[in-house]
Write a protein that binds this ligand. Structure first.
Ligand code: FRU
Length: 508
């Protein structure tokens, strides 16, 4: 084709494509993208444009999962923090909605949560049910404020009596997570307060009473505590037993450097959290899983997600016109093993609807010479594998492979560690904190190691042994780097089962 006809062709093609490609993404927004940029997540949530950080206000209400998020409506870096908003019926396909809460005289709108006020305890809803957001007003000081919505989160009214908890003289006082506690018939708030969390209770979401604090002498303390989360879970395999999980983010000082999430397993009586746990437990051993929040009001399971980023380089990751992505929503559960409580995370079952082609293998010996996956290519994959350990020192997968790029996900049998190496994953030079190898101890179970890996255009999430060890990392490979390899070093390993699915984009 001559240059002119190429241009004409592109023009016609884009005219034809634009209305179709965007209609599902967001009605009524004139600044749409086709969700096809080189690093654009294809099945993870990202805003169409501009800066996003923490998930906020996660709540299930009238058939919709709401996802609010820290958002800068004016640019691609942190600032003017507001709550962006999206809804989904299945946690996988998201519809963008207009910005829900904008900065005001009390300051920016920092992180917080949303509850369903079923019995109108707040008096905002004329005896009916409605949604109340509890967030941090971040101005000269940080204080807790509320807003309410009578129309399923579409429009919001800020309460005239804000702030509902004025700053008590603590510099970092933010990120209230609120939930209903049945036994005492009241609302509970857990909120970050410097190097600890504090608990408050309320009958009406407007008047709050301080009840206790936790953490000054527990857990990791390399940085400030942020975005706490508290919920009760049944203990798997032990009918009748439940435990409370307190999740707290820390920045910096997390296990992979920079920001990350730790958790405590213990008891909560409506006013006070206690635990016998002495060691630090990490939610995720990768670099990019922060500000975890779980959905309030889900009937049958506990689901959370996190912002896939790290404050060390969050503002420098090479994406445009948006910056920020969420992890896959994960169902969380708890098990007890050798007297220890262990948190498990697995992608929500709804993800399986994206699977298209599948490749399967069974009971196959893998030697350093085997080249099992040379025909398979993909930028969006779900890999499920079970290995029986043998003589191999190291085995695993190389994903998003190109001539000079690869992200290595492996298991080292000497150290019993699961690791992700992103030193050669693609673009890494935008921050000295980006390239690296991240690892976590993981014992084989009955001499087998199980891996579930989610690969997208710019992320890799690795779930080891039913989600008991998780590593989440962003990567920025060339769009053409789509090769896949199953490798073993220093000996052989037996592949008991392997399933590889290609995943559809949720934005098309
Ligand atoms: C965590 C955080 C929160 C705060 C928000 C501001 O990433 O620092 O503590 O509310 O981001 O955007």
């Amino acid at each position: 084709m001559r240059p002119l006809s190429v241009l004409t062709f592109l023009l016609i093609a884009s005219l034809l494509l634009v209305p179709w490609g965007t209609s599902k993404v967001q009605a009524g927004n004139t600044n749409e993208t086709l969700y096809n940029e080189p690093y654009r997540p294809q099945y993870h949530f990202s805003p169409q444009k501009n800066w996003m950080n923490d998930p906020n206000g996660l709540v299930y209400y009238k058939g919709e999962y709401h996802l609010f998020y820290q958002y800068n409506p004016y640019g691609n870096k942190w600032g003017h923090m507001s709550w962006g908003h999206a809804v989904s019926k299945d946690l996988i396909h998201w519809k963008h909605l207009p910005v829900a809460l904008k900065e005001d005289d009390l300051g920016m709108i920092f992180s917080g949560s949303v509850v369903v006020d079923k019995h109108d305890t707040s008096g905002f809803f004329d005896g009916k049910s409605g949604m109340v957001a509890i967030y941090t007003s971040a101005g000269e000081t940080q204080q807790q404020s509320i807003a309410y919505s009578k129309d399923n989160g579409r429009t919001w009214h800020k309460y005239k009596g804000n702030p509902v908890i004025p700053n008590p003289g603590i510099k970092d006082f933010r990120d209230p997570k609120v939930f209903w506690y049945d036994e005492t018939d009241q609302w509970v708030m857990v909120v970050a307060a410097g190097d600890r969390v504090q608990f408050y209770t309320s009958k009406n979401l407007k008047d709050w009473t301080f009840t206790s604090e936790f953490g000054a002498d527990r857990g990791a303390h390399g940085g400030v505590w942020e975005c706490p989360e508290l919920f009760e879970l049944p203990v798997k395999g032990n009918p009748g037993e439940t435990k409370w999980v307190l999740q707290v983010d820390i920045n910096p000082g997390a296990v992979a450097g920079g920001s990350g999430a730790q958790y405590f397993v213990g008891e909560f009586d409506g006013k006070k959290f206690t635990t016998e746990q002495k060691d630090v437990k990490w939610v995720d051993y990768g670099k990019d899983f922060y500000a975890t929040q779980s959905w309030n009001n889900t009937p049958d399971r506990r689901i959370w997600l996190a912002w896939m980023n790290n404050w060390q380089y969050a503002q420098d990751i090479p994406t445009s016109p948006w910056r920020g992505a969420m992890s896959i929503p994960r169902e969380v559960s708890l098990k007890k093993e050798d007297g220890e409580y262990v948190l498990l995370q697995e992608p929500v079952r709804e993800l399986s609807q994206l699977r298209k082609n599948i490749h399967t293998w069974k009971n196959q010996w893998i030697t350093p010479k085997t080249n099992l996956l040379s025909d398979i290519k993909g930028e969006t994959l779900e890999i499920q594998a079970e290995f029986q350990l043998d003589t191999a020192k190291e085995f695993g997968f190389k994903v998003r492979k190109g001539s000079e790029e690869e992200t290595v996900i492996g298991y080292n049998t000497d150290n019993k560690t699961l690791f992700v190496d992103r030193t050669k994953s693609g673009q890494t030079d935008f921050s000295e904190h980006f390239p690296g190898v991240y690892q976590a101890k993981m014992e084989p179970e009955n001499n087998t190691v199980q891996l579930r890996i989610l690969v997208d255009r710019s992320s890799v999430e690795v779930f080891g042994n039913d989600g008991e060890t998780v590593l989440t990392n962003r990567i920025f490979p060339n769009l053409k780097s789509q090769g896949l390899e199953l490798f073993t070093e220093g000996g052989n390993v037996k592949l008991k089962t392997l399933k590889i699915y290609h995943l559809k984009s949720t934005w098309k």
